[in-house]
Design a protein around this ligand. Sequence first.
Ligand code: NAD
Length: 137
Amino acid sequence: MTSPDLTGRTVVITGAGRGLGLAMAQRVGRAGARVVLAERDAERGKAAETALRAEGLSAEFVTMDVADEMSVSVAVEQVATAGPIHGLINNAGLADGVGGKLFQEITVAEWDRIMAVNARGPWLVSRAVLPHLVDGG
Ligand SMILES: NC(=O)c1ccc[n+]([C@@H]2O[C@H](COP(=O)([O-])OP(=O)(O)OC[C@H]3O[C@@H](n4cnc5c(N)ncnc54)[C@H](O)[C@@H]3O)[C@@H](O)[C@H]2O)c1
């Protein structure tokens, strides 16, 4: 499968510090895009940035907790100071520490956190990025 040429494009990927997000960041970066690694875990985000740059790719880490409106807003505005945004991958989510539990074993605090990250998070990020996607055509 051939990749599209993403030269000159900026793509934000949430939860890009490891796993699927990091794999997508590598793929998008190799297609020529400026990749924004939006990650809550700074150590992970920095390590991902270093790994992509070592490959000669355009990558930058920005701290973002997708569940936190202010964190999302500050991060997106920071990214947008460098120009329009052309793509968003809402990847961040709680995938571990949740599986394997019966539903009656999940606490209310865990339920609320999962909903905040996995459901509200993509909405918050999409809402913040949308005007910049429009700017980017
Ligand atoms: N791995 C699978 O088989 C699978 C299957 C279906 C869906 N998914 C979904 O795909 C996504 C990625 O899965 P994965 O296995 O790579 O997960 P992972 O746990 O390996 O990586 C998730 C990344 O998101 C980051 N993150 C978590 N909460 C965040 C937040 N609030 N703000 C910003 N970053 C945050 C983590 O720090 C981590 O770097 C998840 O949304 C997961 O639910 C995964």
